[in-house]
Design a protein around this ligand. Sequence first.
Ligand code: SAH
Ligand code: SF4
Ligand code: F3S
Length: 489
Amino acid sequence: MTRSAGPVPAGAPAAPAAPGAASADSHAASARAPRRLLIRTWGCQMNVYDSTRMAELLAPLGYAPTERAEEADMVILNTCHIREKASEKVFSDLGRLRDTKKERQAGGKETIIAVAGCVAQAEGAEITARAPWVDIVLGPQTYHRLPEMVARASRAAGAVIETDFPAEDKFDHLPEARASQGPVAFLTIQEGCDKFCSFCVVPYTRGAEFSRPAAAILAEARALAAGGAREIALLGQNVNAWAGEAPRTGQGASPEGNTWRLARLLRELADIPGVARLRYTTSHPRDMDDDLIAAHGEIPALMPYLHLPVQSGSDRVLAAMNRGHKADLYLRLADRLRAARPDLALTSDFIVGHPGETAADFDATMRLVERVGFAGAYSFKYSARPGTPAASQPGVVPEAEKDARLQTLQALLREQQDGFNRSCVGRTVEVLVTGPGRHPGQIAGRTPWLQPVHALGSGRPGDVVPMHLTAAHPNSLSATLAHEESAAA
Ligand code: SAH
Ligand code: SF4
Ligand code: F3S
């Protein structure tokens, strides 16, 4: 991985934001004996969002967050299946949790262990066979039933397994009021994927594409803004494929008819008081429509940053991957987006060593990277996933070759990222203050391009303040508060 900021690399442990951000409903909690909930989150931002929602669901049962397994009455592992390594981590974590559960049991305390997320969806039966101390296995589309599952798990002898794709919409069953998420919040607007890229498990673990209605999204965004969110990141496995039912009242009679596309939704969200910044992730090149490209030049709240995975620069490999477009489409999109918003930073995802990838194909990827110039990227060695078409495609690339290609690609991506960060030094930019910095007297924030920033001084989380960027480090920028400079001058 070569990114310093931006999306959680799918498959890596997600930032601890999810468990930490989960705040219990204090009234409900105080009515019952206090219980502790530990949620560990891997994978993409959608898993981070789901973890937050699970914590909100369990808060009325008296579960307050903890970071320590020993004091947790319930542990949820929210898992990722995207690459082999990500899946393996679940089983090693479960091994350690068996010991913790035994130790707590010896002290007269029960522990409910739940496995959620995409590994649960894909390998539910294997989990209960390999780890019979697991009490609950639940897929990403059933977590709204968690309180009921907890009740059943407390009574039942065997594990409670819920990995169907239910007919009801889980979002209709989640609490409407959102706990405060701080200045930066995620909001899932679209879920699932119908694209079936050769290598990818997501269509199987998350199910078919589904877009939430605009009214529900706008209501959730208003609740987040009321709770202090200044920056909202819209989430979806193919977020720019979002096509949601327009609100029935108000602007329902829009030129687009009863269905809105993402650009229209972004325009409405930008009008919500308190919402200063909008982002959306992850997009597919095929779904970048004209209005969305134009929106980047027209909506000031839409940050000049876009994560647009391309995976490969070779048309042959893109076809084998079933991506449904050629490299040229990506190059044209990059040009059009930059024409609409000249300071747009592009980031991407790459896979090296997909079955059939030759040295010439890999060269084509290097040329695409040189031509586009990325502010950051995630890059991965192809990992065969059971049940996906690529897993049985010929032309397996030897591990050593994959390693070599990954190193070559990452060196170039790192150079581009460093260059981008250095090019920001000397500029004064708006920084969203997210909280205190790592060192005393510091505040931390993020730039419009999602770079972490630290500066000496004070500021309230949620404030957007001008800062003068003074130095670039591998994973962050240093800054001084612009108004303090002018006050001193
Ligand atoms: N919906 C997004 C990506 C979701 S998965 C898209 O269409 O691009 C996040 C990233 O994980 C992908 O972009 C891809 O680069 C990587 N990935 C997915 N499956 C993989 C596999 N089998 N091996 C290696 N990397 C993979
Ligand atoms: Fe996976 Fe492709 Fe769907 Fe992205 S578009 S989630 S890579 S199948
Ligand atoms: Fe991983 Fe599932 Fe997200 S497989 S990347 S947690 S959709």
